[in-house]
Design a protein around this ligand. Structure first.
Ligand SMILES: [Zn+2]
Length: 279
């Protein structure tokens, strides 16, 4: 198997961090200088320094990209402490975890509690979710799909509104987390809205970006909006580039309904169908 990773190898880590930080910032709507403030913000240089210092080597193999490993035994992964999550035995990459912990502390200072409700899911974990939905063991929007959606491509598209095909999920990478509630309504008012607004304004300082934003002209394809899902971009961006260069829809296989990956275009429409500010 030939893997084209030349583009990434040529990019120094510091540059990737700069790209990630600038990519995640919301574009300014006006160019007026900010008013003087009592609060001294850390200069961006410092943010880049600490982010660069925590990064581990960027994975370059496609089996990692497709989640074909066990995070419990992978040297780059660490279990998430109970303080930070509602689950047990879940894992993140060590660099993404370090950045999350800093973000958690900063959010806490603003009275906001971030709780990880899902993190790394490898190929086998995603296959379990996908096949439970495919076979009707788990309902999707109140429907038993084998009975109510008999066409394979339609059934796959229905699952794909919020769940990835095994081998194509950002949750494989150890860079992506779901926070607080798997429900956009939670983030529309009250504490959910406060938390979402804080994340929108601050997550980029810690390398995090929301990949699944509102569908529209900026993001016409892919999963529905997920206000809970955040990606650690200094590692997730090079992995997205690796997918673009080295993955194909034909390689997405090994589960029920995999044959629909090609006609649906999982790579171009879903893996690459993310918020352009996260690319
Ligand atoms: Zn997610």
């Amino acid at each position: 198997m030939t893997i084209n990773t030349n583009a990434m190898k040529k990019l120094p880590i510091a540059l990737l961090v700069v790209m990630a930080l600038s990519a995640c910032e919301t574009p300014a709507t006006d160019t007026a200088p900010a008013p003087p403030s009592e609060v001294t913000e850390a200069p961006k240089e410092d943010t880049q320094d600490w982010l660069s210092s925590i990064l581990q080597p960027i994975p370059t193999d496609i089996s990692y990209l497709m989640g074909q490993f066990n995070p419990a035994t992978h040297p780059d992964f660490t279990p998430i402490a109970n303080t930070y999550t509602t689950k047990s035995n879940i894992y993140l990459r060590k660099d993404a975890y370090e950045a999350f912990k800093r973000m958690y502390r900063e959010a806490g200072n603003a009275g906001i509690v971030l709780k990880i409700v899902s993190a790394t899911r490898n190929f086998d974990a995603q296959k379990l979710i996908w096949e439970e939905k495919w076979t009707g063991k788990r309902q999707v929007d109140g429907e038993y799909l084998p009975v109510e959606v008999t066409d394979a491509e339609d059934r796959a598209r229905k699952i794909l509104r919020y769940s990835s095909m095994p081998g194509s999920s950002r949750h494989h990478w150890g860079t992506d987390i779901d926070l607080n509630a798997l429900n956009n309504d939670f983030f529309a008012a009250g504490e959910g809205l406060t938390m979402y607004n804080w994340m929108t304004n601050n997550a980029h300082k810690f390398g995090f970006c929301q990949p699944y934003t509102t569908k529209g002209s900026e993001r016409p394809n892919g999963y529905e909006e997920e206000k809970w899902h955040w990606s650690f971009i200094p590692i997730a961006k090079p992995l997205t580039d690796l997918a673009k260069d080295s993955l194909s829809n034909e390689k997405i296989e090994g589960f029920l309904g995999h044959e629909t990956a090609v006609s649906i275009g999982i790579l171009e429409n879903y893996i690459l169908g993310v918020n352009p500010n996260c690319l």
